[in-house]
Design a protein around this ligand. Structure first.
Ligand SMILES: *Cc1c(COP(=O)(O)O)cnc(C)c1O
Length: 421
């Protein structure tokens, strides 16, 4: 096979200067096998999805069985067992307020659906003007226009499109008395036009691996309770154990109205996402008037193969000690990455669950160098912005995790020396 990428357009890449990408030929467990014969430890679980490791036999077999029966059928007017089972299993993993699961194909679309649900919730109740959202600095909710519009345009990757999308309202996280008051005033002033608040609880991931405590979420909740405003949790990155509990919301006293799931939902095997609403939200859609129906329906919605993969992934969460593995990874990352604080040029080290990030001063011109260095050490890490981070599969061995940690510390030492000479 050829390595000619003439007709491929790659994501987030300047195609004129991009180095020829590596070709993957096989994945298994924590490893990515390359055509050139080398293997890499997948230190970021392929965009945070492969929580059980790649190609887990249980998920693979579930997919194969489903493909033999029915790889797809439209969801308009037809249903199937995999979707029925998955919806009720997802609801069982969530607080009892949650009731209805709306499936889609990708996280961005799960966010679009959540935003539409929130706007239509108010419309169904006769409040036509509540169409704006509050989002937070450093937020990232996806690449489609609705999702971009509630992502931080300066910190994220969407600054080019700033003038294209709908304007919503950006806020700082209410981390202190002053920002709490600002946040409250923002709500008070705009309550008439605000449908909801959207946040990535505990970990703002793509916006720079920014962590915050459950207290912040609870204080957002305490303030929003005083207003007629919905709360949406985007748990596309944090869901399925990543922060040390099944969902980040389990570490808070807050129950949102809508939650978005994606990424690790199929254990990194195939695309699927879900938007889950509480009974309160769902009930506002019930009417003899057809205009009250939720007007959304992706063509491949609730694809049976994807649902089979997600059901198999939930089996693994039930049968194996994933959350304990996450806590173990957290302890090791905390110990291992702490050393980076002694490196000249390191600004911060942040760990939550199975996510460890080192924030640096000024790496703009060193990203390509860093990426190459990690590959030369046999680990697949993708620094971005001012961040070097790992989000390993939860099944990673101590030895492999250690290799990731040592690679990060060694390479950052080298980077620091290079930088200061
Ligand atoms: C990745 C991500 C999305 C977008 O999901 P896609 O599947 O890439 O569309 C949305 N929100 C958060 C928090 C994410 O991490």
């Amino acid at each position: 096979m050829s390595n000619n990428i003439r007709n491929l357009w790659l994501p987030y890449s300047q195609m004129k200067t991009i180095p020829t990408p590596l070709k993957a030929v096989k994945t298994l467990g924590t490893k990515i096998y390359l055509e050139n014969g080398s293997t890499l430890i997948d230190g970021i679980s392929s965009w945070w999805t492969a929580c059980h490791g790649h190609n887990h036999p249980h998920i693979k077999n579930s997919i194969k069985k489903q493909v033999d029966k029915m790889s797809h059928v439209m969801f308009g007017g037809l249903i199937h067992d995999q979707a029925i089972e998955l919806s009720s299993r997802i609801i069982k993993t969530l607080p009892q307020e949650f009731y209805k699961v709306f499936f889609s194909d990708s996280g961005s679309i799960a966010v679009e659906v959540a935003l539409k649900m929130a706007v239509q919730y108010w419309k169904n109740r006769g409040e036509e003007n509540k169409t704006k959202f509050i989002y937070f600095k450093h937020a990232y909710h996806g690449d489609s226009s609705g999702a971009m519009a509630v992502s931080d345009p300066d910190e994220g990757m969407h600054s080019i499109f700033k003038n294209y999308f709908t304007k919503h309202i950006q806020s700082d996280l209410p981390k202190c008395k002053r920002t709490e008051i600002d946040f409250m005033n923002l709500l008070r002033k705009n309550e008439h036009s605000i449908a909801g608040i959207i946040i990535e609880p505990l970990l703002q991931a793509a916006g720079g691996m920014k962590t915050h405590s459950p207290k912040i979420i609870n204080s957002i909740e305490n303030i929003r309770k005083k207003f007629k405003v919905l709360l949406i949790f985007d748990e596309i990155a944090t869901g399925f154990g990543r922060t040390g509990t099944m969902y980040a919301l389990n570490q808070t006293n807050t129950i949102p109205d809508i939650i978005c799931l994606g990424k690790a939902i199929t254990g990194g095997s195939i695309s699927l996402a879900a938007t889950i609403a509480t009974k309160k939200i769902y009930n506002s859609f019930l009417s003899y008037d057809e205009n009250f129906a939720l007007m959304h329906g992706p063509t491949y919605m609730a694809n049976p193969v994807a649902c089979a993969a997600a059901n198999a992934s939930l089996d693994l969460f039930e049968k194996e000690n994933r959350i304990e593995q996450v806590i173990e990874i957290q302890n090791r990352l905390e110990k291992g990455l702490h050393e980076c604080l002694n490196i000249n040029g390191v600004r911060d080290v942040r760990v939550i669950g199975a996510m460890g990030a080192v924030q640096l001063n000024n790496i703009e011109n060193d990203i390509k160098w860093l990426k190459k260095k990690f590959i030369s050490k046999g680990v697949w890490l993708r620094p971005y912005g001012d961040i070097v981070y790992t989000m390993p599969p939860f099944v990673i061995s101590n030895k492999e995790l250690n290799k990731i940690i040592v690679s990060i510390t060694d390479i950052l030492h080298e980077w620091s020396i290079k930088k200061n000479n």
